[in-house]
Design a protein around this ligand. Structure first.
Ligand SMILES: C[S@@+](CC[C@H](N)C(=O)[O-])C[C@H]1O[C@@H](n2cnc3c(N)ncnc32)[C@H](O)[C@@H]1O
Length: 229
């Protein structure tokens, strides 16, 4: 079952590539009105400032890099970015948007990925929540391997907040991590979505060998910096 869901997740993001940004920019089905949108963007600014305050680094690894929403921020602090995603469709959008030689794209399934280099910063946004719990330790081990000693990891993800998703998605507080997502045309996919509490994420990062600092914004985001000593 889990392999099927992992495959569906890949297919979901491939099919969603051209409409993906509507979520982040609060358009179409994700437009929750002025007040909620303002909340969202204020919280995005808090997380963005925390990232940019890291200052300049040389090499960054971005996992599940998507359409470039965060790759474009990473470009302002890193000299070179290696961006991994399973979907060629989102990679092409990212490449076209950023149009830079400073990003090297690799199409890789992160569940079969084997780290082959160390980076000053390893970054992933809205990815950890899609890693099934049985795969999280192995995934974080690989992240640890990819971080140089003295380097850092920066993670951004979702808090459980029903207004973060599309108006025609129902977010139930029943703890079920297998959820249904719809495209604009109504096509449905099953994906994994795990909402971490700060203490849980903190424990996972300590277990992987990092020194973490986990924070949340008022409603929408959980974010963490973790250092490899
Ligand atoms: C929620 S999006 C996050 C994208 C980007 N990090 C952002 O914040 O906008 C999840 C991303 O994970 C990618 N993805 C899904 N399954 C994957 C897998 N098995 N290996 C690598 N990337 C995967 C999708 O193509 C998509 O770009």
């Amino acid at each position: 079952m889990i392999n099927n869901i992992i495959q569906q997740q890949i297919e979901y993001y491939r099919a969603r590539a051209s409409e993906y940004d509507e979520w982040f920019y609060r358009q179409g089905r994700y437009d929750r009105g002025e007040e909620f949108n303002a909340r969202w963007f204020n919280e995005v600014d808090i997380v963005k400032s925390a990232l940019l305050n890291k200052g300049k680094v040389n090499e960054i690894l971005e996992l599940a890099s998507g359409t470039g929403i965060w790759t474009q921020e990473l470009l302002t602090i890193g000299n070179k970015i290696t961006a991994i995603d399973a979907s060629q469709e989102v990679i092409e959008i990212n490449r076209h948007k950023l149009n830079t030689r400073n990003v090297e794209y690799r199409q890789i399934d992160l569940f079969t990925w084997e780290p082959d280099a160390e980076y000053d910063l390893v970054f992933f946004s809205f990815w950890l929540s899609h890693v099934p719990p049985e795969s999280i330790d192995i995934f974080l081990e690989k992240v640890y391997k990819s971080t140089r000693v003295g380097g850092q990891v920066f993670i951004i993800d979702s808090q459980f907040e029903p207004t973060s998703t599309a108006k025609n998605h129902t977010l139930k507080a029943d703890g079920n991590i297998y959820i249904t997502r719809k495209l604009n045309d109504g096509q449905e996919y099953q994906i994994v979505k795990v909402f971490y509490q700060p203490e849980q994420l903190q424990d996972k990062l300590i277990q992987a060998g990092f020194q973490p600092n986990v924070k949340v914004t008022d409603n929408y985001f959980i974010y963490a910096t973790a250092t490899k000593r």
